[in-house]
Write a protein that binds this ligand. Structure first.
Ligand code: NAD
Ligand code: ZN
Ligand code: ZN
Length: 341
């Protein structure tokens, strides 16, 4: 089978022929139809984060495909089912976090395309209990971005407390941000989209966002103060050197009692908080990491009902390095998806 492989953090991703993997008793093998390129794959391939993946590895955690082999102890999935392979490859299932339904905080979890081989390949193995069924009627090319960008921002919008009468700012209208804006609108919030490219600002308008702010030319915090401040600011912007600035702007946009939700994971990301203002304003700062299997099931259901739009373009798996450069140059409409059908 064809697979993309990260062999070093400084070189290009290679495309290799590998033997077809055999599922263990608890695993399924999935023939990948579509696999979305998340900015996290770029962080992974470059070793951007404090905990680096062990080399070599296959990146990709927005995989969607058809189960073509099942291990002996797999009960809930059958050959022929269409499933999604999210970032949460598996968790222990019995620690307090898992039992309370916070499997994404499990200390012994594995992560697809990071600590276990991922979906930027023709086939991938996955834990039978942690793949999520993709309902009929959801295009695999849409399902792929929903598997990380969708589930992450759906969970984030819940954590942000978006509801009618609230104002929610989304900083960074890329793969994650364009879905965050849609979930905030579905929750009934007034929405503000912030970005630094004309195309992304135009996309926000097309998605029906209430206010659009160009961070290149406008003071984001001042614009929001004039509106009355944000009840929640969702920080999903990522770009070399400017990310911390976008975090500061998101923090500065909050009204009293507001919540800053941190989602983007830039290299060496740091946020310095003024203690006095944070205390007197009753500001909350929350980290948001992906979402649970149930969140992804809800994301797919909303999409099947026609409530969300996935803005994406297809690429060939062989062109993964060119695709990475496109994302870094900010030239992508929202999400690139490798089409393996
Ligand atoms: P992306 O490249 O598709 O989007 C980033 C967007 O930020 C782009 O539209 C870009 O124009 C915009 N941007 C850059 N600088 C800006 C600025 N100063 N102000 C406003 N916007 C700016 O990336 P993505 O795939 O959406 O991922 C975003 C980040 O989220 C990455 O760091 C990724 O690793 C992280 N992520 C986190 C989680 C989680 O669970 N916390 C899950 C998935 C991805
Ligand atoms: Zn991701
Ligand atoms: Zn656990």
């Amino acid at each position: 089978m064809k697979a993309t492989v990260v062999r070093e953090f400084t070189g290009p991703i290679t495309v290799e022929d590998r033997p077809l993997p055999e599922p263990a008793a608890h695993q399924v093998r999935v023939r990948i139809e579509a696999s979305g390129l998340c900015h996290t794959d770029i962080h992974a391939a470059r070793g951007d984060w404090p905990v680096r993946p062990a080399l070599p590895f296959v990146p990709g955690h927005e995989g969607v495909g058809i189960v073509d082999a099942v291990g002996a102890s797999v009960r809930c999935v059958q050959v022929g089912d269409r499933v999604a392979l999210p970032w949460l490859a598996d968790a222990c299932g019995h620690c307090d976090q898992c039992v309370l339904g916070w499997e994404t905080l499990c200390l012994t979890q594995h992560n697809t395309g990071y600590s276990v081989d991922g979906s930027h390949a023709e086939y991938a193995l996955a834990h039978g209990d942690y793949v999520v069924p993709v309902p009929d009627g959801v295009d695999p090319l849409d399902a792929a971005p929903l598997t990380c960008a969708g589930v992450t921002t759906y969970k984030t919008v819940k954590l942000a407390g978006a509801r009618p009468g609230t104002r929610v700012l989304v900083s960074g209208i890329g793969g994650l941000g364009h879905l965050a804006l849609q979930y905030a609108r579905l929750a009934g919030a007034e929405t503000v989209g912030v970005d630094v490219t004309d195309d992304k600002l135009a996309l926000a308008r097309e998605l029906g966002v209430d206010h659009v702010v160009d961070a290149r030319t406008e003071d984001v915090a001042a614009r929001l103060r004039a509106l009355g401040g944000a009840d929640a600011a969702i920080a999903v912007a990522v770009a070399v050197a400017v990310s911390n600035e976008s975090f500061r702007a998101a923090y500065g946009s909050l009204r009293r009692g507001g919540t800053l939700v941190l989602v983007a994971l830039p290299t060496d990301g740091r946020l310095e908080l003024p203690v006095f203002e944070t205390v007197l304003n009753g500001t909350k700062v929350v980290g948001s990491i992906v979402g649970m299997r149930q969140d992804l099931a809800e994301v797919f259901r909303l999409h099947a009902l026609g409530r969300t739009r996935v803005i994406r373009e297809s690429r060939r798996l062989e062109d993964i390095n060119a695709a990475v450069e496109e994302v870094l140059a900010g030239k992508v409409s929202a999400r690139l998806v490798f089409d393996l059908r």
